[in-house]
Design a protein around this ligand. Structure first.
Ligand code: TRP
Length: 463
């Protein structure tokens, strides 16, 4: 019985094709993971949450929560070989529980749409900085000048919407054509190039004379300053940066060849992603302190510090342009993975072509993007709950929907799926397997729920 079930799973194939190799999968997931979350968001959430203690909590979340969730997503995706909604329905039925697990997939699809609605606006912002850098307008600019350029951009809703439109069009274009070829190629070049440029920038920030200040801001932990709300933000950031909790990695896992080691691939991606985020912080904070800027400046932080640094460098126009091109690439390869679950679902469920599905979903996301695009200008004074529309979308998706999706995913993989199914899929029952199971059954779900309930004030203080 068991072996025949295993055989059936073995023969399952994805409607959308498969990655050509293990490397292709690792690159695609790395392309999804490495994005605006590392270079744009990480430094500013660290800044807003006071530095070192936040960074340590974030690293713990990546290792203890992020990795087990990622492994669970990949193994579920590969076992189901369908879009996340159908995969969860299928596996739920197969494990003898309920097809209603599909609602976890459904929440993921929705989270992807909402995240991409603001992600694309920031993606457009990076595109516009490619043009600004190339025009040389940052050469020898001062901090107030660079700030004025940033405010000029965000202040004009037409400009923000135009670049958001271009970014969405690029994303729809690639998703419509299928993820394999173009994307694999782009990522193969993009990740090493981005890393190389970050190292050049690191050299510059070390020479700024404020490297020590940046280092101590990022790594000297003052736990007194840490609130449960920042712990939740650290956990949300871990989910966001690893692209987990909404089924993007599950969708990519569905295209993964059977032989690939899921543990190996996941650890590789997590390390590459974490390195790029830390490097971004080490580049940005020394420049913040050297120029008397505020580390808690928020979403515009990298759009000020980096142009400022490039403006003072030899060959700065060239390096700045290359940098924003690479950042746009990084955002692009991430955006694609945010759309993939929704598009795969529409293709499978309604028999549309990929192109039709990508355009349909893309238009919905584009329209939703106005909420964020206008949050920086016309509607900047329209505030409720957490702040502007953008602030609320950001909080709802990253701090609530991703952790909630994550907890349901690890609980499914750790408790609902039987030992045989998971150890068969992971190709192991040794130490690593036992470690994963321990983390997925206990550490990750309890950790996520605890942080979540603490942050929303539903757990009382015992002291
Ligand atoms: N990880 C990407 C980044 O850091 C963003 C991203 C892509 C994402 N796909 C995702 C976040 C899926 C959550 C879920 O920029």
């Amino acid at each position: 019985m068991l072996s025949s079930q295993a055989d059936g799973v073995e023969k399952r194939v994805s409607l959308h094709g498969h990655w050509s190799s293990r490397l292709a999968f690792v690159l695609a997931v790395t392309g999804s993971a490495v994005g605006l979350g590392n270079i744009w968001k990480f430094p500013y959430v660290v800044g807003q949450n006071g530095g070192g203690a936040f960074v340590l909590v974030y690293l713990a979340c990546v290792a203890l929560i992020g990795l087990p969730v990622m492994v669970s997503e990949v193994l579920m995706g590969r076992r189901g070989r369908r879009n996340p909604i159908a995969t969860m329905a299928l596996l739920g039925a197969e494990e003898g529980t309920s097809r209603n697990w599909r609602w976890v997939g459904g929440m993921g699809v929705l989270a992807g749409i909402l995240i991409l609605s603001f992600y694309s606006v920031i993606g457009g912002w990076t595109l516009s900085y490619v043009l600004k850098s190339a025009s040389g307008m940052f050469s020898n600019a001062t901090a107030p000048e660079v700030t004025a350029i940033r405010d000029g951009f965000t202040g004009s809703w037409k400009t923000v919407v135009s670049f958001h439109t271009v970014f969405m069009a690029l994303t729809i274009f690639v998703v419509a054509r299928g993820v394999e070829r173009g994307l694999e190629q782009a990522v193969r070049f993009m990740v090493p190039a981005l890393l190389g440029l970050m190292i050049v920038l690191l050299g510059y920030s070390i020479s700024s004379g404020y490297f020590g200040a940046g280092l101590s801001f990022m790594f000297s932990a003052d736990f007194d300053k840490l609130t449960w709300d920042s712990v939740l933000a650290a956990m949300g950031q871990a989910f966001f940066t690893l692209s987990i909790g909404m089924g993007a990695v599950m969708a990519y896992g569905a295209y993964l060849p059977k032989e690939t080691s899921i543990f190996g691939a996941s650890v590789t991606v997590a390390i590459a992603d974490t390195m790029i985020a830390i490097l971004a912080g080490l580049v940005i904070f020394p420049l913040v302190f050297a120029n008397g800027l505020d580390p808690a400046d928020g979403p515009g932080l990298v759009f000020i510090t980096l142009p400022l640094a490039f403006g003072q460098m030899q060959g700065g126009v060239f390096f700045a342009t290359v940098f924003f091109v690479l950042l746009s690439f990084a955002a692009w390869t991430s955006a694609i993975s945010l759309m993939e679950p929704a598009v795969a679902w529409v293709v499978e469920k309604f028999n549309h072509t990929r192109a039709q599905a990508a355009v349909m979903i893309g238009l919905i996301i584009w329209a939703a993007g106005f909420g964020t695009a206008l949050s920086f200008n016309v509607l900047s004074d329209f505030k409720f709950l957490r702040g502007t529309i953008f602030d609320n979308l950001d909080y709802l998706t990253i701090n609530i929907m991703l952790p909630l999706g994550g907890v349901l995913i690890v609980v499914f993989a750790g408790w609902v799926m039987c030992r045989n199914s998971t150890s068969n899929e992971l190709g192991s029952s040794g130490t690593l397997y036992r470690l994963w199971r321990l983390l997925s059954r206990f550490v990750a779900p309890i950790g996520i729920l605890f942080v979540f309930l603490k942050a929303v004030g539903l757990l009382p203080d015992l002291s």
